[in-house]
Unconditional design. Structure first.
Ligand code: ADP
Length: 412
């Protein structure tokens, strides 16, 4: 056997050392990889936990929203951007008497199975996207106020919410109140007429002579009774407007002569109060138009009475009328006590009286302008005012002039 040389021995030792180092390196790399793997696993677990938390939170939020939607006292219908029903709460199901599963995914107009839904669909027919609020008679015992709200997030239109608010009770109470006022007003009219004619007979001396102080007292009673009759008539007008029974009988009429007759009737009151009145007639021709002359007369009377009532002695009232661009405009200006800015939006509401007028004039019902607005709007016109407290007011109204009628009248 050949004896290994020292060099060979050395080489063998180096070789085995190299192998062991290599092995050790492989071991080390494996350990690092394992560590890396472990870290990645940990990160993944954390991420999964976060995702689970987020999912739970989203679930909770969804449940909360669903609880809110379900417990709303109003009915709620959500339409997607293709106008198909995507959600309906139990109140809406109850109001429409149709289960959610029969509606989801469908277009309201496509569903003709429920009479109630058909009423809602009819009301929504002329809804052009955007805000909409309307009273809808869903059934004989259900009146709802439908409001639409568009759902827009980041400029993208997600759809529309329909909120159904049951107003049956309010409407019933309102109707009963109107009926009561109407009944009471009718019942009061007869005795007030009887008082009026009795006082008139006494004043005219039909039942014997009366002395001056008796006459003065009777005249005061007569005027108070007249005011009461006026108030009852106002109340009857309001109840008729609210019940939709305030009928208009339009005939071809001349606004200028109506104004003249109102001014003539108000002359004594104006003089008594120490006011001056000017009626500025327009140079241009004021066409005759179709209108309910009695009701327009009532509007002018209301406006003139207000100007007289709310203008202190020495004041001035100016009436003018003009015709322009398919309409006639009436104006009445006074330099009276005016209307406070914060109260101006309420002026046409029923029973509203300005705080400044209550101090100077106890008489008045707050009904004149409400009735006047209804009359003008029923004629297709507009009524508005400008006013400054302490300086005066200008009330305006317009009445439309129908072109065809004007052309036709020119022939005569
Ligand atoms: P009334 O005159 O019976 O109170 P109206 O409906 O005619 O009721 O008017 C409502 C309110 O509008 C008045 O109470 C008053 O506050 C205000 N108003 C109307 N016209 C005038 C006016 N010319 N000047 C000042 N205030 C006015």
């Amino acid at each position: 056997m050949l004896k290994k040389t020292a060099k060979e021995k050395q080489e063998n030792t180096i070789g085995s050392l190299k192998k062991r180092i290599k092995k050790a390196n492989v071991c080390l790399a494996d350990q690092e990889k394992a560590k890396e793997l472990e870290n990645s696993q940990l990160a993944l677990m954390n991420m999964l936990e976060d995702v689970e938390d987020a999912r739970k939170k989203a679930e909770e939020e969804k449940e909360k929203t669903s609880a809110v939607v379900k417990s709303l006292s109003d009915g709620l219908i959500v339409l997607n951007n293709k106008e198909r029903i995507s959600l309906l709460n139990p109140q809406a199901e109850r109001m429409l008497e149709i289960p959610q599963k029969e509606l989801v995914g469908k277009n309201i107009e496509e569903i003709g199975s429920s009479a109630r839904l058909a009423s809602l669909a009819r009301a929504l027919k002329d809804w052009s996207k955007g805000m909409f609020r309307r009273e809808v008679l869903i059934d004989k015992d259900l009146i709802i106020e439908v409001s639409t709200v568009s759902m827009v997030i980041g400029g993208a239109e997600l759809g529309m919410m329909l909120i159904l608010h049951d107003i049956t009770r309010e409407k019933t109470v309102e109707r009963m109140k109107t009926e009561f006022v109407s009944l009471a007003a009718h019942q009061l009219r007869t005795p007030l007429s009887a008082i009026k004619w009795t006082l008139k007979m006494l004043l005219d001396g039909d039942v014997g002579d009366i002395n001056d102080s008796q006459k003065e007292l009777l005249e005061k009673s007569y005027q108070s009774n007249e005011r009461m009759i006026g108030l009852i008539n106002d109340l009857l007008d309001v109840t008729r407007i609210e019940e939709g029974r305030y009928l208009y009988q339009p005939v071809l009429s001349d606004l200028v002569s109506i104004i003249e007759s109102v001014v003539e009737n108000g002359k004594d009151d104006i003089k008594r109060k120490g006011l001056s009145l000017e009626f500025k007639k327009s140079n241009s021709r004021i066409p005759r138009i179709m209108m309910d002359a009695e009701k327009i007369k009532l509007v002018i009377q209301n406006l003139l009475e207000n100007a007289v009532r709310y203008t202190p002695s020495g004041g001035k009232i100016v009436i003018s009328v003009s015709a322009d661009k398919g309409k006639i405009e009436f104006q009445i200006a006074d330099n009276g006590i005016g209307i406070a800015k914060d109260q101006q939006p309420k002026i046409f509401t029923k029973f509203f009286r300005g705080s400044n007028v209550i101090k100077v004039e106890t008489e008045g019902s707050g009904l004149g302008l409400f009735v006047s607005k209804n009359i003008i709007e029923a004629h297709g016109g507009q009524i508005w005012f400008e006013s400054k407290e302490g300086e005066g007011s200008v009330f305006h109204f317009t009445l439309p002039v129908k072109k065809e009628l004007e052309e036709f009248l020119k022939e005569f």
